[in-house]
Design a protein around this ligand. Structure first.
Ligand SMILES: [Zn+2]
Length: 269
């Protein structure tokens, strides 16, 4: 167990549970007993099915719809037409987001995926190039206008280094967008025991809107904005369920959600 913050290296912490520690300096929660996941060929098949009730491939429609929503936010950040833009999706899985990006009009789309099965699915089904490697080992040979990472960065042992790597791989005025687990949400605040119990062993960090903004600013990003990535009034309680609209409005205003979408841009130094 390493009780040192993986973001700011401070060894001070407040215990949330035995292994989950809140860094008072950067206000990120980190998992001191982090175990990186091993992605077997089966990860997108039976393992995914056991967790979500269907295989990743069967989940195409909902993932594609979510991808279009994420792309609508990214498009607002881009200055020129999409056909001249390049996009890299880190941890692209079977390539559904890559397909949505290409359908939306991105000129060059690439994926990066550690699972050989998933990478080859994307290459053959959508004719989209995929780098078959983990992001830690990836040696970039070019820069990108947009880099995305959907529920990927919380898995790395050294997430800070991965954020820095993404920043360096972006063109000036490039856009970075990702989703991350956030502790500023109903699960952490209203069901703390359940949050601790269900915390995945392979998640290294949980952020909050204020902590991820600070982290990205430190690296050099600007125009940083956070949005809720899911609405779960039922996790807040019966009153929130009764007043769903009001709950969603407040969730939007405060970015109160168990998962958040973060978007930022790289300005010239
Ligand atoms: Zn810290």
């Amino acid at each position: 167990m390493t009780s040192k913050c993986p973001v700011c290296t401070s060894s001070k912490y407040r215990k949330i549970s035995e292994n989950l520690l809140l860094c008072p300096r950067c206000r990120i929660i980190y998992n001191a007993s982090h175990l990186p996941a091993i992605y077997s060929t089966d990860y997108f098949g039976q393992e995914y099915q056991a967790q979500y009730g269907k295989t990743y491939e069967d989940d195409f429609e909902s993932i594609y719809t979510a991808s279009l929503f994420r792309l609508s936010i990214i498009k607002k950040y881009l200055r020129e037409n999409l056909s001249s833009k390049s996009l890299l999706d880190i941890g692209c899985a079977l390539g559904f987001f890559c397909k949505a990006a290409r359908d939306t009009g991105f000129g060059e789309v690439e994926g990066l995926e550690i699972s050989e099965y998933a990478a080859s699915y994307c290459r053959h089904k959508y004719n989209i190039p995929v780098h078959s490697t983990g992001f830690e080992d990836f040696i970039p040979v070019r820069k990108y206008d947009v880099i995305t990472a959907w529920f990927v960065l919380e898995h790395f042992s050294d997430p800070y280094a991965m954020f820095v790597k993404i920043y360096e791989m972006l063109e000036v005025y490039g856009i970075f967008a990702c989703t991350l687990p956030s502790y500023f949400g109903p699960l952490f605040y209203c069901h703390r025991k359940e949050w601790v119990r269900s915390h995945p062993q392979d998640h290294r960090i949980d952020v909050a809107p204020w902590s991820i903004k600070k982290l990205l600013q430190q690296i050099g990003f600007s125009n940083i904005r956070c949005f809720p990535s899911g609405y779960h009034p039922e996790r807040f309680g019966t009153i929130a369920q009764k007043y769903k609209k009001l709950y969603n409005t407040l969730a939007n205003l405060l970015c109160f959600s168990d998962t958040i979408l973060v978007i930022a841009s790289k300005k010239p130094q």
